[in-house]
Design a protein around this ligand. Structure first.
Ligand code: ZN
Ligand code: MN
Length: 257
């Protein structure tokens, strides 16, 4: 049996031994959120989980179970909470879940963390949860933890974005359920993508502010914020060929691996 990178697939003595040997532990953060009519609700779970597993294989790391719910979907980055199936946590709940996981892993010897985010809105609750978890560990006398926190989509070369968007990159927030996520899903879970259902009602045109009550006319009815046309598994692979080695390089650099 090949050694799995997934914590859920190994025994506790294996976990203990690999952590004692300095394995960095990846904690992917996901969401259960609409991703248009052509992608499943779990995109933000599948993508960071796959990236974390690939990086963990390169650096000798382990992947903790992905947190399957995220902070509330925002209209300008995820379409908002109104879409059926979008099921979210409050910021405080999400932070406390991350805090508890970091704390327990730390008590069990983990000293190198990589919080790998796959859902735009999770960013600040993740900062908070990590901060609270590390604070609790310090109170327990564990002060030698190093933790990285990142969004996987930031690890991409300018040339790759230029190749993907010859007419200009719309930005990672508007990319919800669009070319990047659709191409990545075609690369890792093509069985879950229905290319025949890609909609034509985007791209969204948002002002540079939020509004409550949320506009009824600015979020495309499909939930796709930019454009998914032209997505291919090959483009998804271009992205993975940036994400995985660039994150692995950062992890090696920071942990001296
Ligand atoms: Zn997403
Ligand atoms: Mn999302």
């Amino acid at each position: 049996m090949a050694a799995s990178v997934f914590m859920q697939e190994i025994t506790w003595p294996d976990f203990q031994a690999r952590v004692a040997a300095g394995a960095p532990v990846f904690l992917p953060l996901g969401a259960t959120e609409q991703h248009g009519p052509h992608l499943p609700l779990g995109v933000d779970v599948f993508l960071p989980s796959a990236v974390a597993a690939a990086v963990a294989r390169e650096v000798g790391g382990l992947v903790a179970p992905t947190i399957p719910y995220g902070y509330k979907s925002q209209p300008r980055s995820g379409g908002g909470q109104a879409f059926p199936g979008t099921t979210s946590l409050s910021a405080q709940t999400l932070s406390l879940v991350i805090k508890d996981v970091v704390h327990d892993l730390g008590l069990h010897g983990v000293r190198r963390f990589v919080i790998l985010n796959g859902h735009f809105e999770n960013a600040w609750p993740a900062v908070e949860g990590l901060d609270l978890g590390l604070r609790e560990l310090r109170r327990d006398g564990i002060a030698d933890v190093t933790a990285l926190r990142l969004e996987y989509w930031d690890f991409v070369k300018r040339e790759t974005l230029d190749r993907l968007f010859p007419e200009g990159f719309p930005g990672t927030d508007l990319e919800h359920a669009s070319l990047l996520e659709t191409s990545l899903m075609l690369a890792i879970r093509p069985d879950l993508v229905d290319m025949g259902k890609i909609p034509n009602d985007g791209p969204a045109k948002f002002p540079t502010y939020d509004r409550t009550p949320v506009w009824t006319d600015k979020v495309p009815a499909s939930g796709v914020l930019a454009r998914a046309q032209g997505s291919t598994a090959e483009k998804g692979q271009w992205l993975l060929d940036d994400h995985v080695p660039l994150i692995a390089a950062a992890v090696r650099e920071e942990f001296g691996l």
